[in-house]
Design a protein around this ligand. Sequence first.
Ligand code: XMP
Length: 503
Amino acid sequence: MVAVIDFGSQYTQLIARRVRECGVYSEIFSCFTDAHDIYNNVNPEALILSGGPGSVYKARAQSFKHFFNLDVPILGICYGMQLAAELLGGKVNYSKKREYGHTSIRVKTHPIFSGLPRRFNVWMSHGDVVVEVPSGGRVIASTETAPIAAFQLGNFYGLQFHPEVQHTQYGRTILNNFLTQICKAKKTWSMSRFVDDEIERIRKIVGGAKALCAISGGVDSTVVAALATKAIGKNCICIFVDNGLLRINEKEDVRKSLSPYMNLKIVDAQKKFLSQLRNVKNPERKRKIIGREFIKVFETEARKIRNVAFLVQGTLYPDVIESGKGVGPSAIIKSHHNVGGLPVRMRLKIIEPLRLLFKDEVRKIARVLRLPASSIERKPFPGPGLAVRIVGPVTEERLNMLRAADKIVLEEARKLKRYRNIWQIFAILLPLGSVGVMGDKRTYDWVCALRAVQSDDGMTADWVRLPQEFLAKVSQRITNEVKGINRVVYDITSKPPSTIEWE
Ligand code: XMP
């Protein structure tokens, strides 16, 4: 196994997951864990030091020295490389010359770059740079702004760029080279092993008690419900909450497709959610309110069933990490549904079998479990639903407007050849009036934005270059068919710097 040491990077889990994709089991440890405890407890074949909000730790660097005392290969990524430079006698410039995004890199002949061309594109995201390698170190790659973009010193290998993100060309090969050529790690990890282990784990944790499972209709909660149902059978009671923030026909679709597979109960709670959200503009408050209300509904349901002690949720790693609840000290981006809103006094214990996984890993598990294709291929939909796609206060009227626009976007999108490869495509309603003209009359109506992104895991994303005819059709249909919208714009930002959802 490989121990990934989390210094607070947004990408830590991505590193762990890429390692798993190479067939090697990996686990994440906080940078505040003692290296010798890790060594004694899990005996890793290698360490990977993640990136992190770099110079935040400048003063602390010395306290991380113990990681370099272990006799295993170490891969340092971004901050992980700078840390090694700082601790092993090199020099880091904390000048904050920021470098984000694609950069062309030139690499030397080295086992970690085995099989790669001399020049390719990598993804950089850093302020600080290594300006001097420790004595005895060898520079093995450079870019225009970072002459030391990678170095090796003995058993340490440092990369200034992020091999774990999909935007780095050959990133996976680089990690695979590190694991196979340098660490000689054994490839024994697989999804079916994960499934067996999780079923066993849930069975042990729940014992003879009952568990509730939160169903959203998406692949995450369906997989979680299937795992829990396999573990404890009818004692897993699956609940779908209609929070009033769903898309058109969503409740009925869920009822039809999932009730044959599980013990499904549908709870109508629209009024509660909408009254709590009245006049709320702040995105974080919206998310917190929805998270809190959701848990309340569950508690109420739990009280109706005897002997319920657990809540099984389909929380994924991006939800956890962006809520600042990962292992190490990363920054909070958004309070994701069911994580940020959890009241401390909650009476149900939470089981989150997918907490360490990404969406596409979950889809692979769904295939292992032989779940219906409609569930596996369903696009992600945020827990707080349309509330985070209505910028500004959520009202019944605005919900209906957005539902109608969203329906059109989906109808047209399904006709696209590339629909399967689009991660998400949806409409957002803006709190912005704009002047228009319809049938010789002046209008003053709302603006609707369209967002379509391509992504592997929701952590980074690029906007989709949609065909112009598609954009024209959608714009025309929305302005013609949805009363109250007179302008459609297309969002052309990637993540980062934006997020996928607008709130
Ligand atoms: P962001 O907007 O953070 O979204 O770039 C990343 C992915 O997560 C989805 N998302 C959520 N999923 N609960 C969820 O289960 C949430 O609160 C939530 N917020 C965003 C989003 O649709 C995208 O796929």
